[in-house]
Design a protein around this ligand. Structure first.
Ligand SMILES: [Zn+2]
Length: 261
């Protein structure tokens, strides 16, 4: 008697069924995994901001209760905080420092920094560097360029000013955003919005729409992360931003068009 072998190959139909099942499972799992990865990045982003908030408070206690400025430009003696620069992304000279460390990628005086290019070597120390353990915290993990966070230098914002002055003018300092997710350079002041003189720096408005996504990126599940003046960190929906997120209530100028108070 000849025994029949019980083994046979898969039929084409069986193979197709298996492939279809794998495709369905992958279709279900990939978005879940992508969401989990982004949730982890958002958590790291908030942890970085929390540590940056602590570094700002240490800086403040070392500098007679004055807040770190967003940038220091000793090469412009009449304008040490660089407010008058038409384009904030250009180097004002070899001695300038931003609050965060930078890789200048060789940008000379008057040349544009390439913030969209990741940093390989931080060759320009940041003003709060002495108060942090690792340069990694200066980076939003969901941003591919360097930094990905901006410090406010909007008119009447806390940065570069005495703590007492900020607290005097503010009904709720815990409301003031100091550093937040940003899709370009490490500062946000909107000084180049037409119609606003350089010393009046409103928040960029409108806060939603294609152009606003540089200033308020929908980076972490349609939200952006921010550290506030009291050091707490929270996610914000750009559509909910108000004027009081940027400066003490009632101070001028309001954004154009005005945000809700
Ligand atoms: Zn972020």
């Amino acid at each position: 008697m000849v025994e029949k072998s019980g083994r046979r190959g898969f039929t084409l139909m069986e193979l197709l069924v298996v492939v279809a099942i794998i495709a369905v499972l992958a279709g279900i799992l990939f978005p879940v995994l992508a969401r989990a990865r982004e949730a982890a990045r958002a958590t790291r982003c908030r942890s970085n901001l929390r540590q940056l908030g602590m570094s700002l408070s240490l800086y403040r206690s070392d500098y007679d209760d004055t807040n770190a400025p967003y940038r220091s430009c000793p090469d412009l003696p009449a304008d040490p905080q660089c407010f008058s620069l038409k384009e904030q992304g250009r180097s004002s000279g070899p001695n300038e420092h931003w609050w965060a460390p930078l890789d200048t990628h060789g940008a000379g005086t008057g040349e544009l920094f390439q913030f969209q290019r990741p940093a390989s070597t931080y060759n320009r120390p940041g003003l709060v560097d002495p108060y942090v353990r690792s340069n990694d915290i200066f980076q939003c993990p969901s941003f591919s360029g360097q930094v990905g966070f901006a410090m406010t230098f909007i008119a009447d914002s806390p940065m570069g000013r005495a703590d007492a002055e900020v607290l005097k003018g503010s009904t709720d300092p815990g409301r003031l955003m100091v550093i937040w997710d940003h899709g370009n350079g490490p500062s946000c002041g909107g000084s180049s919005i037409p119609g606003n003189p350089p010393n009046r720096r409103p928040p960029f408005s409108p806060v939603i729409g294609p152009n606003s996504t540089i200033h308020y990126p929908l980076r972490h599940f349609d939200q952006m992360n921010a550290v506030f003046y009291d050091g707490h960190v929270a996610a914000r929906r750009p559509s909910q931003l108000r004027d009081s997120d940027f400066r003490p209530s009632g101070s001028l100028p309001l954004a154009d068009p005005p945000l809700s108070p």
